[in-house]
Design a protein around this ligand. Sequence first.
Ligand SMILES: Nc1ncnc2c1ncn2[C@@H]1O[C@H](COP(=O)(O)OP(=O)(O)OP(=O)(O)O)[C@@H](O)[C@H]1O
Length: 250
Amino acid sequence: MLTIKNLHAGIEEKDILKGINLQVNPGEIHAIMGPNGSGKSTLSSVIAGKEEYEVTDGDIIFEGGSINELAPEERAHNGIFLSFQYPVEIPGVTVTNFIKTAINETRKARGLEDMPANEMLKLIREKSELLEIDRKFLSRSLNEGFSGGEKKRNEIFQMAMLEPKLAILDETDSGLDIDALRIVSNGVNKLRSKDNAVVVITHYQRLLEYIVPDFVHVLLDGKIVKSGGKELALELEEKGYDWLKQELSV
Ligand SMILES: Nc1ncnc2c1ncn2[C@@H]1O[C@H](COP(=O)(O)OP(=O)(O)OP(=O)(O)O)[C@@H](O)[C@H]1O
C-alpha cells in the first residue's frame, strides 16, 4: 500500500529526513516513536504532501504509483488521511456539514456525483453510533471552542466518514488524556480492517496498549534506526532512547 524509499526531505537549508525506508501493507498498524525533534511530524507531513517541506531524494509510493508530485488534496482524494489536517475553526459550519462537503469533494475528484442525502444520513448515523458520538456534537460549529477530547472525536469521526486506505495519526503533541486516549484507540480499533492501514505517531507507550501495533519503528535524527514488534515500545518506555544512540554509535 505504502512504500517509502530512501526519503530525504527538509525545509529551506535544513535536512530533517535523512533516508527513510518504510513498507506498510493493508491491514497493518505501524507505530512510529522517537525523541523530540527526530522528524516524526515531518514524516507525516511529507507523506500527506504539505508543501512547506521539500523532498530532495527518494520516493513515496502509494497504491502502486509515486505520489511525490501530488498536491495534498490529491493525496487525500486517493485515500490518505492525516489527523490535524483540518484544525481550523469554522464558525457557522457544523461538524456534519464540513464532512459532507469533504466527502462530496472526494467523490467529485473521483468522477462521482454527490452522495444522495439519504445515503449520507445513513452513513452519518452509522458512524456516529459506532463511535458513540452524540447528535448534539454533530451540529456544533467546527472546532469552535472544542476541548482536546472533542477535537480528537471530530478527527476520528472525519476518519470514519472518509474511510481512508491509509490513516496517519500524529498524536505527538495532542495532549491525550485518558478520555482522548480512549476515543482515538476505540475509533482506530473499530475502523480497522484488512484493507486499510494505520500509522500512529506517538510518544506514549500507553496508547499502544490500546492500539496494538504490528510494527514499531524508532526514528532518530531523521532515520528509522530500529524496527520491531510491539515489545519494542515497552523496551523504549523502560530504557528511553539513549541506549539506542549508544548502540548505534559503537
Ligand atoms: N516548519 C519547520 N520550520 C523549521 N524547522 C522545522 C519545521 N518543521 C520541522 N522542523 C525541524 O525539524 C526537526 C524535526 O521536527 P519534527 O516536528 O518533525 O520532530 P518530531 O519528531 O515530530 O518532534 P516532537 O516529538 O517534538 O513532536 C526539528 O528540529 C524541527 O525544529
